[in-house]
Design a protein around this ligand. Structure first.
Ligand code: ADP
Ligand code: MG
Length: 264
């Protein structure tokens, strides 16, 4: 799998939300997309998921995304939107099974679940530690359980590429780490993921590369050490942060708001 972004721009009502983003993402890579509120992260992800009009070129394995059928796109690229509010009175297992729709003929009358579908659903539930809740109603789960269920739905697709917008924002520390370890493991097995994160320590520890976006533009893209610098944290995030090392990995602890006028 190779995803290529060439000079991607998103404009709505004359406002440029994403401007000139270029990137190549390969199988095996976990890329963290970071940046302050309003930076354009979600808009960029929506464009990649073909949910917003964009300018520039988006190629999946060399083919323009727009040339693929919706079903083909859904099979090759799973998308988890930010703050997805779906809350339907479905059994959790049936909710996660929605991720298998593109495998079952699309959005018409889907074919029956086959063995491979059942296996993918069971695996996704287990990966999100939801197996015991499989018969419960999705809309009666806790907020964090629902967030894990939404990710399970996206994982059940089994696509080579996952686009996930703040997938760990509502999760407790155990499940945050579980999701990041799982994504790491899946990428080691040849998948690729582009994940929006606000937790800079998780981004630093688990992502191969980090892309820092501000006002729709890429400020920096590279290793955690290259991107998570005091200068970027102060200028882009407007915070003073503690940067440290534990087990040879960098952690970032935002500590205080930068005062206006303070030198970066
Ligand atoms: P992020 O995910 O980085 O917080 P978004 O991509 O959601 O940022 O939004 C980027 C900017 O675009 C924000 O200023 C937001 O208010 C604006 N924006 C997002 N969606 C729309 C829309 N549909 N119409 C107009 N402005 C939008
Ligand atoms: Mg967002």
């Amino acid at each position: 799998m190779q995803l290529q972004l060439r000079d991607i721009g998103v404009e709505i009502d004359g406002r440029r939300l994403v401007d000139g983003v270029s990137l190549t993402l390969q199988s095996g890579e976990l890329l963290g997309l970071i940046g302050p509120n309003g930076a354009g992260k979600s808009s960029l992800l929506k464009a990649l998921a073909h949910l917003l009009p964009y300018t520039g070129e988006l190629l999946l394995d060399g083919v323009a995304l727009g040339e693929l059928s919706p079903r083909e796109r859904a099979l090759r690229c799973a998308y988890l939107g930010q703050g997805d509010q779906s809350s339907w009175p479905l059994r959790l297992r049936d909710y996660v099974a929605l991720g298998r729709l593109p495998h079952r003929g699309g959005w018409g009358v889907p074919a029956r679940l086959r063995g491979a579908d059942e296996q993918a659903i069971d695996a996704a539930l287990a990966q999100m530690h939801l197996s015991e809740l499989a018969e419960r109603r999705f809309d009666q789960l806790s907020g964090g359980e629902r967030a894990r269920a939404r990710l399970a739905r996206a994982l059940a697709v089994g696509s080579p590429l996952l686009l996930a917008d703040e997938p760990v924002a509502a999760l407790d520390p155990f499940h945050q780490l579980n999701v990041m370890e799982l994504l790491r493991q899946q990428c080691a097995q040849g998948k690729a993921a582009l994940v929006v994160l606000h937790d800079l320590t998780l981004a630093s520890r688990f992502c191969d590369r980090i892309m820092l976006l501000d006002q729709g533009r890429v400020v920096d893209c590279g290793s955690a050490r290259h991107v998570l610098t005091p200068k970027n944290l102060q200028q882009v995030y407007r915070v003073q942060a503690m940067l440290g090392e534990h087990q040879e990995q960098r952690f970032v602890l935002p500590w205080s708001c930068r005062q206006d006028g303070e030198n970066p």
